[in-house]
Ligand binder design. Structure first.
Ligand code: 5GP
Length: 183
């Protein structure tokens, strides 16, 4: 796997330090609230499992799975819900935990869907933000790192289901995905 990585963008140490800070911030902000963390399968799971151990409050966890259509290095915002939450979020404080926000199309679909269930509050926590590529405007309440417009893998993020278990975030060599029909 390592031979496919062009450059390490964020080291394991940098990620762990930032996740700890985010956990502390969330713990402060949600004291006394009924916090439900909603994670989007599968990429967000590695971040989620580290983040919850940095949160010092009682929390609930729930999961959604969506599938996006189109080439795997681009999102078209055409999203299908393939696994729904197990529990009601009505009147609860929901924080969506994402691995990466790129155009924002996927998350805006998800936020509309969750908003309709009338949570007490609805926040976004993302590890990575490619804000230069944003199409849909949205407020990101907690952000790990801003990153440039590069395709990254590792720490949960995949290309063709590979590289999720790398402990760092790296830029994938373009020749790995060149030849795929990306627009
Ligand atoms: P958006 O709808 O915000 O454009 O896309 C979000 C989704 O696209 C992410 O949840 C992720 O699945 C995928 N994605 C966007 N950028 C990257 C990237 O650099 N690396 C990987 N592995 N996936 C990405």
């Amino acid at each position: 796997m390592l031979e496919d990585i062009q450059e390490i963008l964020l080291t394991e140490k940098q990620i762990q330090a930032r996740v700890k800070e985010l956990g502390e911030e969330i713990s402060r902000d949600y004291t006394g609230k009924d916090l439900v963390l909603v994670s989007v399968l599968r990429g967000g799971v590695v971040f989620l499992t580290d983040l919850i151990r940095a949160i010092t409050l009682p929390i609930s966890l729930d999961f959604m799975a969506i599938s996006s259509y189109g080439p795997s290095t681009e999102s078209l915002g055409v999203v299908r819900l393939i696994k729904d939450l197990e529990e009601s979020i009505n009147g609860r404080d929901v924080l969506v935990v994402e691995d990466i926000i790129d155009t924002g199309l996927t998350l805006s679909y998800l936020m509309r869907n969750l908003e309709s269930r009338k949570p007490a509050s609805l926040g976004i926590c993302t590890l990575l933000d490619k804000s230069v590529r944003r199409i849909v405007d949205m407020t990101v309440h907690y952000k790990g790192f801003d990153i440039p417009d590069v395709f990254v893998v590792g720490y949960g993020l995949d290309y063709g289901q590979k590289y999720r278990n790398l402990p760092f975030i790296g830029i994938l060599k373009p020749e790995i995905y060149l030849g795929e029909n990306v627009s």
